[in-house]
Every structure is written in structure tokens, then in C-alpha cells.
Design a protein around this ligand. Sequence first.
Ligand SMILES: C[S@@+](CC[C@H](N)C(=O)[O-])C[C@H]1O[C@@H](n2cnc3c(N)ncnc32)[C@H](O)[C@@H]1O
Length: 224
Amino acid sequence: MSGDASAAAFWEARYAHADRVWSGRVNGVLADVAGRLEPGRALDLGCGEGGDAVWLAARGWRVTGVDLSPTALERGRRAAAAAGIGEDALRLEAADLATWRTSERFDLVSASFLQSPAPLPREDILRRASGFVAPGGHLLVVAHAAAPSWAEAALAHAHPFPTPEGDLAALALEAAGWETVVCETREREATAPDGTPGTLLDSVVLVRRTGEGGAGGASRTTGA
Ligand SMILES: C[S@@+](CC[C@H](N)C(=O)[O-])C[C@H]1O[C@@H](n2cnc3c(N)ncnc32)[C@H](O)[C@@H]1O
């Protein structure tokens, strides 16, 4: 694995210092999108502890998950084993997406909250990921579009958050080969660390590859 060693060290330490970092449950947008699709081959970029990847595999997808942290991936493997999911259905690979390549093509490529306080060439990774989508397949990019409602004002303005329009533009998709299915923000209810109710804002971009086309300039044909 090559790439930014400080990012790998940051995430491995983050996972190693807790028994579990995320809920282990599937992200709601991914469940909503994938639940409407015929299961096929899926790629989960920055899959963390495998909440999305295991959910997909349990529903008949053949899933590849990639993440920097071996500790997170080991938790994903344990969750898969507990769910009776075999290695033929779920492959979890420790790699830096900044340099990771594949010749495989996927019916669903998903990036759920591929965001990081450590160095992350996110837009490059997302642009390259569009090339991993099979004709007729989908690319889903979900991101935190704002700080949690309970965050300090200073944190809320500490760094720029992705917007759906910005993420769509960053993909630089070829107009003729892609259809934009969703490009919007979605608010959802959440619980603050102190137990009080709050909200989170997600940026959601879903595009479908309509043909054999490659990169360069998206056309927005439908909204949601
Ligand atoms: C905010 S977490 C999201 C995890 C998971 N997708 C989820 O929704 O629970 C971001 C994940 O991206 C991974 N990540 C960050 N930079 C990466 C990189 N360059 N290559 C691979 N994974 C990376 C981190 O290890 C972490 O698991």
C-alpha cells in the first residue's frame, strides 16, 4: 500500500482506539438507493467497519470494500462472518484509494462519507471511481454537507463541506454517457452525544452510466 502515510496512521489509530467507531448499521441513503436496484457487483469506497458492505452482501450483492484501516476491515470481516456471509460475497481490501486501481467494473460504486481530517485527494478518487462503473451501473456519493446541528459554531465553519453540485462537478462526467438521478441535500434526524435530538445534513449525488462513455462534463437530466 502506498499513498499518504499520515492518513493511514490517522485512521488506523482512530479505529484502534475504540472497540467500534460507527454504528455497524447501513447508511440510510445507500439502503434506499441499493434497495431499488437489482443486486450485482458493488464497490464500497472507504468502507470503514463494513456497515454498508455487509448490508449489501446480505442482500445478494458481490461486494468489494476498500479502506485504509486494517483494524476497521477486520471488524467488517467479523460482522460478515457473524451474518453468515462468505468471502465469495464480500472481499475487504486494505488500500489507499489515492493510488488504488482495479480493472473490474461494478454495477454500484458507493462512497459513503468518504471524508477525512487527514489528507485525502477526495475529488481525484471520486473522478477515478466513475471509471469503475459498468455501463448501466450507478455511482452514489453521500457526504456530510454541514456540521451536526449540535456542533459548536466554530466547528461548523472550520472547514468547507462538500455540496452536491460541487461533487457532481468534480466527477467531470461525459454528458453523453451519464444521467444525473439525484443531486440534492437531505436532512435527517440524529441524536447528539448528550442524548438530545438534532439533525444532520447529507449531500447526495447519484449518477447512472448510460453507455460506454468515459470522463468529462456532466449533464443533469433528472432531479429527485
Ligand atoms: C467517515 S469514515 C466513513 C466510513 C464508512 N463509509 C461509513 O459510512 O461508516 C471515512 C473512511 O474513509 C477511510 N479513508 C480515508 N481516506 C482513505 C483513503 N485514502 N483510502 C481508503 N480509505 C480511506 C477511512 O479509513 C474511514 O474508514
